[in-house]
Design a protein around this ligand. Structure first.
Ligand code: NAP
Length: 220
């Protein structure tokens, strides 16, 4: 692989993805919107580029500036944020990916979008509603883009070490929690797997499910 463009690398799932991919010897181009995490990302071996995902012109020039095999986005904002990247930032990245002729895009979204809304209780849907609506717009933009996509919708995120119990499923009615490092491992498996092409998958820890649902795992 020539390079993976990673948006959201400063923290959380994105930073865990950067750790895995750089350890695999892959070239990671990490998009940061400030210098704060530069030293840590460079210490991992990533190439840092600085830009605001909401600035389409900058994102286009950064994505077009280097040979890439894939773009991964874990961009996210909080319900209380003003201008969030969940739709506009991801749309800019998806459009730049198309323009660059890069074929592959992995989007970390959220359980609660699209048909997986049915998996969340009404109170969670009400609290997260504005963010989930933007994430759904981003998912729809991606699936209509012609790119080879994988959309991974994690459940509630926790920051403890990986547990190794995480699973993917095509069943949109599943909800639960999952550790960020486990989501990152699933994203990296999908990057290497043709089975994940053009799939929308929920990601949960099978020991932290809401309720006791039965469902089929998706094997990457
Ligand atoms: N929290 C949950 O329980 C939960 C559940 C399901 C899904 N999710 C989603 O899963 C993904 C990963 O979540 P996370 O909690 O690990 O990560 P996160 O803490 O939400 O990190 C979001 C990333 O997006 C970056 N970002 C935000 N606005 C940007 C902009 N305008 N330009 C460039 N970068 C920008 C942030 O950079 P800075 O550090 O510079 O702000 C950060 O790297 C997110 O999409 C999140 O919405 C979260």
């Amino acid at each position: 692989m020539t390079g993976i463009f990673l948006a959201g690398a400063s923290r959380g799932v994105g930073r865990e993805i950067a750790k895995i991919l750089t350890a695999q010897g892959l070239k990671v181009v990490a998009l940061l919107q400030s210098e704060d995490a530069r030293a840590e990302l460079e210490a991992l071996g990533a190439t840092v580029v600085i830009g605001d995902a909401l600035d389409g012109t900058t994102i286009e020039s950064l994505v077009l500036a280097q040979p890439l095999d894939a773009v991964i986005s874990t961009l996210g904002g909080k319900p209380t944020d003003g201008d969030r990247p969940d739709f506009k930032g991801n749309r800019n990245l998806i459009d730049a990916t198309v323009k660059a002729g890069v074929k592959r895009f992995i989007l970390v979204s959220s359980i609660g979008t699209g048909e997986s809304a049915a998996a969340l209780p009404p109170q969670a849907l009400e609290t997260l509603g504005p963010v989930l609506a933007e994430k759904e717009q981003a998912e729809n933009h991606l699936t209509a883009s012609g790119l080879i996509y994988t959309i991974i919708r994690p459940g509630g995120l926790k920051s403890e070490p990986p547990r190794g119990n995480a699973v993917l499923t095509e069943n949109p009615n599943i909800a639960g929690s999952i550790h960020r490092a486990d989501v990152a491992a699933l994203v990296c498996c999908c990057l290497a797997s043709e089975r994940s092409h053009n799939k929308i998958l929920s990601a949960v820890d099978r020991t932290m499910l809401f309720g006791q649902p039965t469902f089929e795992d998706f094997t990457v």
